[in-house]
Write a protein that binds this ligand. Structure first.
Ligand SMILES: [Zn+2]
Length: 173
């Protein structure tokens, strides 16, 4: 399936009241092509495979406490994969220290994440999730480093890190 997500017009409202910051590169791209086949599993099936905390983040859109993830300190070269289905989502060269207490990246692996508007707080944010299993990962903000200015703010429990000397695990089916 070559699903295309139309992102034109996406704007983000940051933690500063009243501040509306667009994400230039997403706006310029206009749309993002997904490159993976969806994996359809029930929430019950995922619940049996994941820890309670990971399940609540990935499939009930909870957010972990800032500073709680050991991935904040991870600086080795490697790949960050979805903790549910094992799809690679981020490469270590795009990780940076945002100071927020959550693992943060300047960009995902193209086509491996999908986004949608999130109105669960009083303002609009852009949620993103694994394009394969739909597992919630985090939110995108427009205050990241140049040139993209994106901050992909991820829950550590929604990811697993695979150091570059280890093979990536096969995708869960
Ligand atoms: Zn996944």
């Amino acid at each position: 399936m070559n699903r295309r997500i139309f992102l034109q017009g996406v704007t983000l409202i940051l933690g500063v009241p009243g501040a509306v910051v667009p994400i230039p590169s997403l706006l310029a791209a206009g749309e993002m092509a997904l490159t993976v086949e969806p994996l359809r599993k029930s929430h019950q099936q995922w619940k049996a495979l994941l820890s309670v905390a990971a399940f609540e983040i990935l499939f009930e859109e909870q957010t972990e406490e800032p500073g709680s993830s050991e991935l904040n300190q991870e600086q080795r070269r490697g790949t960050y994969i979805c903790a549910a289905c094992y799809l690679p989502l981020f490469e270590s060269q795009h990780k940076y220290e945002s100071g927020t207490g959550w693992p943060s990246f300047t960009q995902p692996i193209a086509g491996h994440v999908a986004t949608r508007p999130d109105y669960s707080l009083l303002f609009r944010r852009t949620e993103y999730h694994c394009a394969r299993c739909g597992g919630h990962q985090g939110h995108i903000f427009g205050d990241g480093p140049l040139p993209r200015k994106e901050r992909w703010c991820n829950n550590g429990l929604a990811l697993q890190f695979v150091v570059h000397t280890d093979p990536l695990p096969p995708l869960r089916s």
